[in-house]
Design a protein around this ligand. Structure first.
Ligand SMILES: [Zn+2]
Ligand SMILES: [Zn+2]
Length: 217
């Protein structure tokens, strides 16, 4: 059976976080990347794919990326994957939201860890884990099938904040080099805002063209 790939975006919450439904329709299997809020809306979109949820993959543990996990898990008993370097952020997600004057449901404990080089599967799809710390210490990106789920590292025209707890601008600059080394046609599905490509960002993103440097923490 050859791999089929379907990617759906559901933008959720006050911070307009992008949750991604990644499905292999031929295998009737899907995963969620970063169910950040509004679990009901995410699950309704997921049901339209006709695919069965197999796992939740987290690019990082900021509250705007994890607030929908509880609602998803009440309907689907699937494992939650996180890089262990983000365990502390994950454990205080609801309190972090409070500092922004927002309220999220503290997610249930994560079940499995991801590390650089791990191969993640859904149906016959395969994604490689890149460890890209800086915006968060346990930040990962998921690379495969000509696209990368980049979370809050690289945005169209911008990069992730580093003026927040546990962030490191030096680490982020090194991680951006990993993105810059990807094939230029690679599509970047970001944690906020529109999708882009590595080629477009190399040509136009001031943080990648060397014009600017990330705000230091
Ligand atoms: Zn973030
Ligand atoms: Zn975010």
């Amino acid at each position: 059976m050859s791999a089929t790939l379907q990617v759906e975006r559901v933008t959720v919450g006050l911070l307009e976080e992008n949750c991604w439904i990644v499905a292999d329709p031929a295998a009737r299997a899907c995963i969620l990347v970063d169910p950040g809020d509004e679990a009901d809306r995410i699950l309704a979109e997921m049901d339209k794919t006709g695919c069965k949820l197999e796992a939740i993959w987290l690019t990082h543990a900021h509250f705007d990326h994890v607030g929908g996990i509880g609602g998803v898990r009440r309907e689907h008993d699937v494992p939650i994957y996180l890089h262990p370097a983000d365990a502390t952020l994950y454990s205080v997600a609801d309190r972090s939201a409070e500092r922004w004057g927002l309220e999220i449901e503290q997610p249930p404990d994560f079940d499995k860890t991801m590390a650089a080089g791990d191969l993640m599967s859904v149906g016959s799809l395969r994604f490689t884990v890149l460890h890209v710390p800086g915006h968060a210490p346990g930040h990962v990106a998921l690379l495969g099938h000509g696209l990368v789920f980049g979370g809050d590292c690289l945005f169209a025209g911008s990069i992730g904040r580093t003026d927040i707890p546990f962030a490191s601008s030096m680490d982020l600059m090194k991680s951006l080099e990993q993105f810059a080394a990807l094939p230029p046609e690679t599509v970047v599905h970001a944690g906020h805002g529109p999708s882009t490509t590595i080629a477009r960002e190399l040509a136009t993103n001031p943080f990648l063209t060397g014009v600017a440097r990330p705000r230091s923490s």
